[in-house]
Design a protein around this ligand. Structure first.
Ligand code: 3HC
Length: 690
């Protein structure tokens, strides 16, 4: 046998062992090895399929998608398991995901470790189970449960898997030994394909599909997955398999599936820095300065991962309020069944108030999350520099300010960096790690290590105004604002971008964030950072009228008391007309295609500058930021993936079109776009010459 698949005949039981680290993905060597190993099965009374390492098969090997297939295929391997002359039992530990679960369903029996989970996460890759899962799972678990797993993408626990009929026995202790004992008792084959088709309960099926369409707006895989699963109830097993294959193959090479699997790998790459060899320092105590929404969320993110956190606020009342908010957030999570009350209180207890700056003396990492003003941040760093251990790392959660300037005010700038969390910090997975000019490799490696420990997706950014995400957002917001001044209503702009796939339009978003935030930012801009006053004229006038957005019940839209639904406001329409006339503009119809194109081209052009300046390491990092921090639809892959889909020549031609129309100030194509258009290159394939 191979080093990846080996066999052991233990008395009457043939054990097929797979060892394909890190997650036993079902690459062609695995498929080949398992199929070959099954050829010896008739000498045994039973077979047990087992994986070494941390998990059972985590799915098909995603890196093989889009490449020429190498046989045997996964459906072929599963057919070989199913047609094995003696009963086959899967011994599941860790996870059985996607093709991994489908492999287990091709076995006659499944024994699962109590802590293991099984699921069909394919939908998050823009596909659905394509190796028989949509036909076999419903025969065991029924249609509603299968649809839920397929459309949700979330794994279920071992107990649930047994409960719904996907698994036959739970194992406490050694899953392989328990599976062997179980397998020896099974004398008969029990192929899932021979079981009767599931009954069709149209009402619950319709409800499940309607729910998924809402949650996964714009994702074509939902309909495809539903069709395949429903085929299990209406077609014979073989015809169902054929239907599944046909739909699967149509989907897998489509742009949505390519976008989503590109993001899958991009999210695993973004935390890697070329040339960084330093090891992360192991963290014990973590400190947080500031107990507002951001500071509290950061403290919770660390407490959730088991860290003890010291939190300090110069205002003792604010600290008390902040801690109360954290406690009530934990308790409400417990009420919603996300954790036990004991666990909630445990996590809360890990967040300890510090009475003074001296509380940070024992911390390994301190993150500042105070008011976004340079003088306020600088004062915090003076204190931290004084009290923190000399080897502690000090991070600022600033969203815009110059991390190098903050570092320059300290005795040891090499230990300073940015850790830009996204709100709510205990929920949002994106973390921009800002590497200052003097940030040491050890500090960077430690921040990246911390991100992983608290389950975040880190992206490294260089220092610039707004780093990767907020810097790009400026152009996006500018074009949205200008479209309004030129004649689109706020709801036209928001609807166009919502229909493109954004969770919310930029104007409703501005109301949600608070119009005063942008207003204050514009008044404290660093020298050299420019903005378009016309694009924010409406926002500024509204703030001056006391309309700051949702929090004041009115902004660009108005809000009924207690409601977050934006309602168009005639007062704002008149104000837009007024401002537009004041600025000598003639209003015209601005169509949805133009709105979307201008907003996206602004993102792409700034993204290209960010890339060539070396602020982002790679185009896919920018996409990770936008998909995880700004709601860019995953099925479109992110702005730079989207640009590659459009083609650099097209992007250039459209930017030049707007340059002719609106002038060069905001519409000068980034040199990188010109270069890629000239040589037929792509952002994903571009590498900076160092
Ligand atoms: N194929 C190829 N590589 C995979 C993989 C897969 N299915 N799953 C994980 N990997 C790789 C990752 O890219 C990563 O590689 P790297 O170290 O070089 O970056 C490595 O394995 C470890 O992965 P993670 O960093 O994600 O490890 P975690 O411990 O955080 O998570 C996991 C483990 C939960 C298994 C997670 O990796 C995961 O969700 N994997 C994908 C599961 C999935 O989507 N399965 C379905 C695949 S599609 C399919 O099966 C189609 C079928 O229906 C025909």
């Amino acid at each position: 046998m191979t080093d990846i698949v080996s066999t052991e005949l233990r008395d009457d039981c043939l054990i097929i062992r797979v060892n394909n680290p890190p997650v036993n993905a079902l690459g062609h060597k695995v498929r080949d090895g398992v199929t070959t190993a099954l050829k010896d099965a008739s000498t045994a009374k039973c077979v047990v399929l087992h994986c070494e390492g941390r998990t059972f098969f985590a799915g098909a090997d995603i890196s093989e998608f889009g490449k020429p297939p190498q046989g045997p295929s996964l459906p072929d391997m599963i057919a070989a398991l199913e047609n094995c002359p003696v009963p086959v039992t899967a011994a599941i530990h860790g996870m059985a995901l996607g093709g991994g679960l489908e492999t287990a369903l091709g076995c006659d029996y499944r024994v699962i470790d109590r802590k293991a989970r099984v699921g069909f996460p394919e939908i998050d890759l823009g596909i659905f189970p394509g190796a028989g899962g949509t036909q076999r799972a419903p025969r065991l678990a029924g249609l509603p449960a299968t649809l839920k797993m397929t459309l949700d993408g979330k794994p279920v626990s071992a107990a649930q898997a047994v409960d719904i009929g996907l698994c036959d026995g739970i194992s406490d202790g050694d899953v392989l030994e328990n599976a062997i004992a179980f397998a020896r008792q099974q004398t008969d084959k029990r192929r899932v394909r021979d079981m009767s088709a599931p009954p069709l309960d149209q009402t619950s099926v319709d409800a499940e599909i309607a729910n998924a369409k809402k949650r996964r707006r714009g994702q074509v895989a939902v309909d495809f997955a539903a069709q395949a699963v429903l085929a299990s109830a209406t077609l014979t097993f073989d015809a169902g398999l054929e239907k599944e294959r046909e739909l699967f193959l149509e989907l897998i090479d489509g742009s949505q599936a390519r976008a989503m699997r590109t993001l899958f790998f991009a999210e695993r790459l973004s935390g890697r820095v070329e040339g960084l060899t330093a090891r992360p320092v192991s963290l014990g105590l973590v400190g947080v300065v500031g107990s507002g929404t951001m500071g509290g969320g950061i403290a919770m993110a660390f407490a959730n991962a088991g860290f003890t956190v010291r939190i300090y606020d110069a205002n003792p009342d604010a600290l008390r309020t902040g801690l109360e908010r954290i406690r009530s957030l934990y308790l409400s999570s417990a009420e919603k069944g996300r954790m036990s009350e004991a666990e909630a209180l445990d996590r809360y207890d890990r967040i300890q108030p510090a009475e003074s700056w001296d509380g940070f003396a024992a911390c390994d990492l301190v993150i500042e999350a105070v008011f976004e003003r340079m003088d306020v941040k600088a004062a915090v760093f003076t204190e931290l520099d004084r009290v923190a251990r000399s080897d502690a790392i000090l991070a600022t959660n600033t969203s815009y300010l110059d991390v190098d300037a903050i570092a320059a005010g300290t005795r040891n700038p090499s230990r300073i960096l940015g850790m830009h969390f996204f709100s709510p910090a205990n929920v949002m997975r994106l973390l921009e790690i800002v590497r200052g000019k003097k940030t040491s490799d050890a500090a960077l490696a430690t921040a990246l290590g911390a991100a992983k420990q608290i389950g975040k997706i880190p992206v490294v950014s260089g220092v610039c105004h707004g780093f990767i995400g907020n810097r790009m957002l400026k152009g996006y917001g500018r074009e949205a604002g200008l479209c309004v001044m030129e004649g689109a209503s706020p709801q036209d702009v928001d609807k166009a971008l919502f229909d493109f796939g954004m969770p919310m339009g930029p104007l409703a978003m501005a109301d949600l964030a608070g119009l005063d935030i942008g207003y204050d930012n514009r008044r404290s801009l660093t020298a050299g950072v420019d903005y378009e006053p016309l694009a924010s004229a409406l926002h500024d006038r509204l703030v001056e009228m006391g309309r700051k957005g949702q929090k004041t019940g009115a902004g660009i839209y108005q809000y009924e008391p207690g409601s977050r639904t934006p309602v168009p406001d005639p007062v704002v329409d008149s104000l837009i007309n007024e401002l537009s006339a004041e600025n000598g503009m003639t209003q015209r119809p601005v169509l949805p295609d133009e709105i979307v194109e201008r907003c996206l081209l602004a993102l792409i052009n700034e993204g290209a500058l960010i890339l060539e300046e070396g602020i982002a390491q790679r185009a896919s990092d920018i996409d990770v930021v936008y998909a995880n921090g700004y709601g860019f639809p995953r099925y479109r892959g992110g702005p730079m993936f989207h640009a590659d889909e459009l083609g650099a020549a097209h992007v250039l031609e459209r930017i030049e079109h707007y340059q002719t129309k609106f002038g060069s100030k905001w519409w000068t194509p980034a040199p990188l776009i010109v270069e890629l258009a000239a040589n037929g290159g792509t952002f994903s394939g571009w590498k900076r010459d160092n």
